[in-house]
Ligand binder design. Structure first.
Ligand SMILES: [Zn+2]
Length: 609
């Protein structure tokens, strides 16, 4: 390992031609040099490791070259070029503004700017991470930028263009560097590997390129890391092991399980992945990307969007042909929802499992997606969502199906609870103007996906006493259509109930943050059948919760696909401990004793957190 030079340095491009993945930009620069149209200041913007500093150095070398080639490249042989190549040229000055950002640093630089070059025509000043300059340093620099000597050229580089003052922006020619594409990165890595006499599988290089996310410097340093780990033979297997990348093999298998409605296999696979130390969110994002890749593989027009190696590309195309489009759309939506809810979920594993279960049921019976399949159980989804009809991914068949039933309101079950909660049903269902109602609509939109067979989860299911509540006894709300609703209500247990309770709390608008926080600290209990109660500790909170019943109940009914869910609110008995008093409770207890506190809160628009 003596004289070991990291690849990023060893293979740093020395001509514009050899810069990877920035063709348009390097061509423009070359043309500017060839025609002698040089500006005094350039701003190179773009993510880290994509070649900003490299291009700045090539630029500095090229404009000082004594015998530039016809197409605007440096000769790499003249006195100036060799000085540059050997890092001894006085015509290039680099300042890293991240570590030298004081006024003094800039003053020193400004002093140097006055001195003309001894060899060559231009002195080039590269200021890296220019957005890090202090305000006073910026100001000191601005004067020089305004009236620079003829021989001075400034190249400012930044990863954060939005932090550059407009005064600087207006004085620079701006070049936006883009992320380097996976294909370009793989090609360059393959080139480096061949130069180094290293055998590398294209798939392995592809994983490295994806991991580097558009940065060549990162790609090369990961490459070096893998080389030292594998001892010079880079295989796909060694790379995913070393980089802790989840094998795409899992996703191919999982997708097959989905298409075959193999819920148990899907859950076991997840278990396997989690046991390997990957976390659920990582898994779900990977699954989303896989589904997305399948989607773009389906159509030759979108195929270029697939950033995978040639060998795996074919596999994607094969699997994509097996996936009906509606399945892919809905599966992507489910994964995306899971991803969005992941951070706030209290039972993250259950969330991922539910997503897998739902996805695995997408092509099951009752769906137009795979009409050839034999029906298993009657778990047809209840379509009641007007929003669902607008979903672009719905196939014509599906939307006409919805059209028939969309107007139907849930039948209100015979209500045994003392509270007249159900009387507010119709208002809740039609109150689309409120933010909560929008939430409900979103919730319902997802309803068209057949939901959860709890048996697959290995959790106990409390069967509600559906039979005890004869549907015929229930008076239909005026909005409800005659339509017979053959669909059964979905069974659920307390755990499911609390899951969606939390979900609702997590989606409440900002103005309701206080009550949302309270909900997040609560556990609701099923009292009998489909009735549950929220136990609160005083009347003020009870009022707040009772006001919430219509929308919340509707939301839970939609999410759990059970039209009988009934919410009640009860004030806890004095001996019953609801939970430790928080600031909100303390305030409410005090407010109960002294009403002036409430007035104070109102008057100043105060909110307790
Ligand atoms: Zn030269």
């Amino acid at each position: 390992m003596e004289n070991y030079i990291v690849s990023a340095r060893k293979y740093r491009p020395s001509t514009f031609e050899s810069v990877v993945g920035q063709r348009a930009l390097t061509t423009t620069l070359k043309n500017a040099i060839a025609t002698g149209k040089l500006a005094h200041a350039y701003l190179f913007c773009g993510p880290r490791g994509v070649g900003k500093t490299t291009c700045a150095r090539i630029f500095a070398k090229t404009i000082n070259c004594m015998n530039p080639t016809a197409d605007g490249e440096a000769c790499n042989q003249c006195e100036s070029c060799t000085a540059f190549s050997e890092h001894r040229s006085y015509n290039i000055h680099e300042l890293d503004a991240a570590s030298n950002n004081s006024v003094d640093d800039i003053r020193q630089l400004v002093e140097q700017v006055r001195i003309p070059p001894q060899i060559g025509k231009y002195k080039v000043y590269i200021i890296d991470e220019v957005h890090m300059l202090s305000a006073s340093a910026f100001n000191a620099f601005l004067k020089t930028l305004e009236e620079p000597p003829r021989h001075a050229i400034f190249i400012l580089a930044t990863t954060e263009k939005h932090k550059i003052l407009p005064t600087i922006l207006s004085r620079c020619q701006i070049y936006d560097f883009s992320r380097i594409g996976v294909e370009d990165t793989v090609a360059h890595l393959a080139y480096v590997a061949s130069k180094e006499g290293i055998a590398a599988e294209p798939e392995a290089l592809n994983v490295i390129a994806l991991k580097a996310d558009g940065g060549m410097r990162d790609a090369l340093s990961i490459f070096d890391q893998v080389v030292s780990f594998t001892g010079g033979c880079i295989t796909y297997k060694s790379v995913i092991e070393n980089l802790n990348v989840l094998d795409y093999e899992y996703y191919f298998r999982l997708t097959d399980f989905f298409l075959e409605n193999k819920i148990s296999d899907a859950l076991l696979l997840l278990n396997d992945v989690l046991n390997k130390g990957f976390d659920g969110s990582h898994f779900i994002t990977g699954l989303s990307s896989h589904l997305r890749d399948l989607l773009v593989s389906k159509d030759p027009i979108t195929l270029p969007l697939l950033e995978v190696g040639a060998s795996i590309r074919e596999r994607y195309q094969v699997q994509a042909q097996k996936c009906p489009l509606p399945f892919l759309y809905r599966a992507m939506k489910l994964c995306n929802d899971c991803d969005l809810n992941y951070r706030t979920s209290k039972n993250k594993r259950l969330l991922v499992e539910l997503t897998l279960i739902q996805t695995a049921q997408l092509t099951a019976e009752g769906d137009d997606v795979a009409s050839g399949r034999s029906p298993k159980q009657a778990i047809k989804p209840v379509f009641t969502s007007p929003a669902a009809a607008q979903q672009p991914q719905a196939t014509p068949v599906a939307s006409s199906q919805q059209a028939v039933v969309q107007a139907a309101q849930p039948i209100v079950a015979a209500n045994k609870t003392p509270r007249p909660v159900n009387t507010q049903n119709s208002t809740a269902a039609t109150a689309h103007a409120t933010p909560t109602a929008v939430l409900m609509a979103q919730g319902r939109e997802e309803k068209k996906v057949p939901v959860m067979k709890m048996s697959g989860l290995g959790i106990s299911i409390k069967r509600p006493h559906v039979e005890e509540e004869p549907k015929s006894a229930a008076p239909l709300p005026p909005a409800a259509q005659q339509s017979a609703q053959p669909e059964e209500d979905y069974i659920f247990n307390e755990r499911d109930l609390n899951y969606y309770w939390q979900e609702y709390a997590g989606r409440m608008p900002k103005e309701q943050v206080a009550i949302a926080k309270r909900m997040q600290n609560m556990h609701v209990a099923l009292t009998q059948g489909t009735t549950f109660e929220a136990v609160v500790d005083n009347e003020i909170v009870a009022k707040e919760f009772t006001a919430l019943i219509p929308t919340l109940q509707e939301y839970l009914r939609a999410r759990l696909k059970n039209r009988k869910i009934t919410m009640t609110v009860r004030i806890s008995a004095p001996t019953e401990k609801v939970r430790a008093y928080g600031r909100v409770e303390k305030f409410q207890m005090m407010a109960q004793k002294n009403n002036a506190l409430l007035q104070l809160k109102e008057a100043f628009g105060l909110e307790l957190y």
